[in-house]
Design a protein around this ligand. Structure first.
Ligand SMILES: C[S@@+](CC[C@H](N)C(=O)[O-])C[C@H]1O[C@@H](n2cnc3c(N)ncnc32)[C@H](O)[C@@H]1O
Length: 244
């Protein structure tokens, strides 16, 4: 299954009320949305027919999230589904997550693209290959290490894998403890020391299996409930059928 088929599956299962994407390029992934949406890219050139009420923002995601009311276009100031596919460097992808997380609920879902490079060359910070993931996989490692409250799932999509993050927490207010120390490690010069588990996809879930989880329906049912430890536990339990 490719990343767009997986994303389409998420739109179908999750039925998000709102959608945001960083890095929209020609609009292929944005075209999957049918709900009020925001697409951010400093250099987009849309060639697809967009079928949603979309705010297209021609800027960087950092500038967008620095605005005072970035989600003003949406009917609710909440993101049910977000797709992070902008600049392919770890620090940009992680900042995109932290920007998105400020506008999530416990039932929101955040997807990162290009999280499973197939080779060390593909994962280079300085691009020299046709397919290029850069080192965005490090953003998931940072979340796993610093935020054990999150569910961070690698998914074996083609060509370069995605990561799904569940149970985001807006009360963190876009702050990741240890960000500055992590930056020193993240910005290591090429070649990158890509973990074997990333290269071999040994932890990655089958995308069909993940989409078949009972968890998506539960996320829809629990939308709008007060954020309590019990709510988070229910969501975690609902994905017990796929989360090891
Ligand atoms: C791989 S393309 C996106 C593909 C698209 N999401 C899809 O699946 O059809 C990456 C895009 O990120 C954009 N980009 C680069 N730097 C960015 C930034 N700082 N903020 C937002 N988008 C950025 C590029 O202009 C490019 O169009």
């Amino acid at each position: 299954m490719n990343r767009h088929e997986f994303l389409q599956g998420l739109h179908t299962k999750l039925k998000p009320r709102t959608y945001l994407e960083t890095g929209i390029n020609d609009g292929k992934s944005l075209a999957l949305s049918r709900v009020p949406s925001i697409g951010i890219d400093p250099a987009f050139a849309i060639t697809q027919e967009l079928q949603a009420d979309v705010h297209l923002v021609r800027t960087t995601s950092d500038e967008f999230f620095a605005r005072s009311e970035p989600l003003a276009h949406l009917p609710i100031p909440v993101l049910d589904l977000a797709f992070i596919d902008g600049m392919h460097l770890a620090e940009y992808a992680l900042r995109d997550y932290l920007g998105v997380e400020r506008f999530t609920t416990a039932s929101s879902v955040v997807v990162f693209d290009d999280m499973l490079p197939r080779t060390i060359d593909e994962a280079a910070r300085k691009r020299h290959t046709h397919f290029w993931t850069g080192d965005v996989y490090k953003a998931a490692e940072a979340l796993r290490e610093q935020r054990p409250d999150l569910i961070v799932l690698e998914v074996d999509t083609q060509p370069t894998g995605v990561v799904v993050v569940l149970l985001p927490d807006a009360s963190r207010d876009g702050v990741l403890p240890g960000y500055d120390d992590w930056m020193d490690v993240a910005m290591a010069p090429d070649p990158q020391d890509v973990p074997q588990a990333v290269l071999t996809r040994s932890r990655a879930l089958n995308p069909e299996t993940l989409l078949a989880s009972k968890g998506w329906a539960e996320l829809r049912r629990l939308r709008g409930r007060p954020d309590t430890p019990q709510l988070r536990e229910r969501i975690r339990a609902a994905f017990g059928d796929v989360v090891r």
